[in-house]
Design a protein around this ligand. Sequence first.
Ligand SMILES: C[N+](C)(C)CCCC[C@H](N)C(=O)O
Length: 288
Amino acid sequence: MPVEEFVAGWISGALGLVLGHPFDTVKVRLQTQTTYRGIFDCVVKTYRHESLLGFFKGMSFPIASIAVVNSVLFGVYSNTLLALTATSHRERRAQPPSYAHVFLAGCTGGFMQVYCLAPFDLIKVRLQNQTEPRARPGSPPPRYRGPVHCAVSICQEEGPRGLFRGAWALMLRDTPTLGIYFVTYEWLCRQSTPEGQSPSSASVLVAGGFAGILSWAVATPLDVIKSRMQMAGLKHRVYRGVLDCMASSVRQEGLGVFFRGLTINSARAFPVNAVIFLSYEYLLRWWG
Ligand SMILES: C[N+](C)(C)CCCC[C@H](N)C(=O)O
């Protein structure tokens, strides 16, 4: 199994993550808390109470973990295509795979990455939702001191399975939407590139950016549900499952709840995925 795609996915995931984390913090807060009137209000309040650092809460951990997740995604995607079409990534420009194969390989990558993503994502969401300002003498400390403390506390308080809260919703969110992600990317690249040639940097950036936006737009309803289920353990609000969480969220807040965070998600998705695909493609070309 060729490993260079895993390494390229690892590095590109890390680059995309740093760029996207501030957007992601605002998104998670808008989705799970009701104190903000909108993106602008959330940005201003976060900055006032927590300074710029507030936007980077919980980042050190995802940078290590999401990079691994991205590596699984791109590695599995490329190797599934290899299995399906018998072409390595080097040969794929000359012999492009069919969109059905691209979709299937994307779904497989999405499905496989969920196992690593679920616990990392849960810890990230819990840390991002701690709105206490940086520790000041005398003020009560935040519930979790950091990712490791968070993981240990969840295991103690909710059992090891607590780390996989929301994993179902995550799997439903990611399996089809990562198929859409790679199909959109391939389609846009092929539209703007003469046959048989490698796409230019501009094509890769634009195709990656739109692949990110489109797949996130489709994924947002389940993303909201996933984040809520992950927070549920903390609030002692227990949902019986994905459907129960959907029904009770809609009952309380209306259908609009499924689109919480859509704007901010799209704003984040473009630069993050443009950089992910650009660095991925270039690393692979550079390694020959
Ligand atoms: C498929 N879905 C839209 C859910 C996720 C796509 C993930 C792409 C990238 N790692 C990012 O963080 O934007």
